[in-house]
Design a protein around this ligand. Structure first.
Ligand code: TYM
Length: 333
């Protein structure tokens, strides 16, 4: 708790362009939650380098994500918004937490297994250690809640395990955080293969809608989305994964319940339905894209936001790190 508000932490990696899955599962909720919670949002560039990045592109993606956060409505006056590498305490706590984490636990992580298969030529230690750095991010700020998509559930569970393990070994040091998962949209799936999550690094870019896609591209991708042969617009994820995914997207972008969406499209053909989803998404993304472009033209402002965010984040992180160092016996001056 900070004052009378619970502390909320989340982060997004500045890799590639964000998809509407990242937006629906994470960023859109960050905006909605900023009134109720004491929010800290990061750009996780230290996580991003666990997969090889082009340096110039990573710098560009960093500012682009910052501008997107702001364009979506994250208010740097209300939240702490910062770049992970600007706060060295993340690396310092991650190192310490490494000694409270078992190799076997990391080997079992689904994301580690998936990414190892995908990047077989670069199974680096950072890729394996990814969840520990994530635990450090969260635990440094005495976080109560973490809004993420369901793909991050396992990482959140291991964060809780590490926190409890440390607290039991010494005395209560870390708040044990809870995940917040949205009822609709915690997992948006690929448009061409709705059994898979929509991913920034999708093999076929037509299966993912990027936040930077233009109107025609968005509509084209939705037109090609895989549905089924049942010709009924009903939410039934196990039997109708494609249609259900499109209904989730429509429901979130339209701010409507799934049931209302089903009613709206009763008797409608799949072609018209897919077009309606594409048009709605394009309509909603257009102002965000325009605002993002405007912000990207003002580098001084973006730098100021990062500077102020880093100062505030570092100040808070230092308190937890000092506590940890004292407990583990690091001699302090
Ligand atoms: P990243 O950048 O991969 O994803 C950012 C957020 O988007 C969510 N997400 C999705 N939600 C719904 N449907 C999808 N298809 C979809 N794809 C991605 C993710 O669940 C995530 O919430 N490890 C984190 C970044 C991170 C972090 C943290 C998060 C680093 N430190 C501390 C929380 C707390 C990640 O995978 O980001």
């Amino acid at each position: 708790m900070q004052g009378d508000k619970k502390i909320l932490y989340s982060a997004v990696q500045p890799t590639n362009n964000l998809t509407i899955g990242n937006y629906i599962g994470a960023v859109k909720n960050f905006v909605a939650l900023q009134e109720e919670y004491d929010c800290i949002y990061a750009i996780a560039n230290m996580h991003a380098i666990t997969v090889r990045q082009d340096a110039a592109q990573l710098r560009k993606n960093t500012l682009s994500l910052l501008a997107l956060y702001l364009a979506c409505g994250i208010d740097p006056q209300k939240c702490v918004l910062y770049l992970q590498s600007h706060v060295p305490a993340h690396a310092e706590l991650a190192w310490t937490l490494n000694t409270f984490t078992y190799v076997g636990e990391m080997e079992r992580m689904t994301q580690f297994k998936d990414k190892s298969a995908k990047h077989a030529d670069n199974i680096n230690m950072g890729l394996m250690d990814y969840p520990v750095l994530m635990a450090a991010d969260i635990l440094l700020y005495q976080t109560d809640v973490v809004p993420v998509g369901v793909d991050q559930r396992q990482h959140l569970e291991i964060t809780r395990d590490i926190a409890v393990r440390f607290n039991n070994a010494y005395s209560p040091t870390f708040t044990v955080p809870e995940g917040i998962y949205m009822k609709v949209g915690a997992k948006i799936n690929d448009l061409l293969d709705p059994s898979k999550k929509m991913s920034k690094s999708a093999e076929n870019a037509n299966g993912a809608v990027f936040m930077s896609d233009d109107r025609d591209t968005i509509i084209r991708k939705f037109r090609r989305a895989v549905t089924d042969s049942m010709a009924e617009i009903k939410y039934d994820p196990s039997n109708k994964p494609g249609v259900s995914n499109l209904l989730s997207i429509y429901s979130v972008f339209g701010g409507m319940d799934i049931a209302d969406c089903e009613r709206q499209f009763e008797g409608c053909g799949y072609g018209d339905f897919k077009l309606a989803v594409g048009e709605l998404v394009a309509d909603k993304l257009a102002p965000i894209q325009a605002e993002q472009a405007k912000l990207l033209a003002d580098k001084q402002y973006l730098n100021d936001v990062l500077k102020s965010g880093a100062e505030r984040a570092a100040h808070r992180a230092a308190k937890t790190l000092a506590k940890v160092y004292k407990k583990i016996g690091f001699y302090q001056l």
